[in-house]
Design a binder for this molecule. Structure first.
Ligand SMILES: [Cu+2]
Length: 120
């Protein structure tokens, strides 16, 4: 859905098809979307289709509906397609990572990554 909105925006701005392809969407993650984990993740990784600007990334984690304290600081890989963030504490329950990133074409895309850490 986000990809379609971004495509429409790029088209509306009169950008070339190459520019339209330049906004970034999520291609994979660790943990994977909707994963059920044996243990809380130490690090969360998001891999995008295009290089992203780590400085403009916003990552917010909620578990069991409550914001997990401490901002998640995103670090980019050398090719800038992967963002990594240390999970701030030993999280449990149903978790949602709200991510929002800016690609090189300046367009922001966002989405949600769900995972679950069953309680003991
Ligand atoms: Cu774009």
């Amino acid at each position: 859905m986000n990809v379609h909105i971004a495509t429409v925006l790029c088209a509306a701005l009169g950008l070339s098809p190459a520019a339209v392809l330049a906004h970034a969407y999520l291609v994979s993650s660790d943990p994977p979307h909707k994963a059920v984990l044996d243990a809380p993740p130490a690090t969360i990784r998001l891999q995008f289709s295009e290089p992203v600007e780590a400085a403009f990334a916003k990552l917010a984690l909620k578990c069991e509906g409550k914001p997990v304290p401490g901002p998640l600081k995103a670090t980019a890989s050398p090719d800038r397609r992967t963002l990594s963030a240390r999970a701030p504490s030993a999280v449990t329950g149903e978790c949602v990572l709200d991510w929002s990133i800016v690609a090189r074409d300046g367009h922001r895309t966002r989405g949600e990554l769900l995972f679950r850490v069953p309680g003991r």
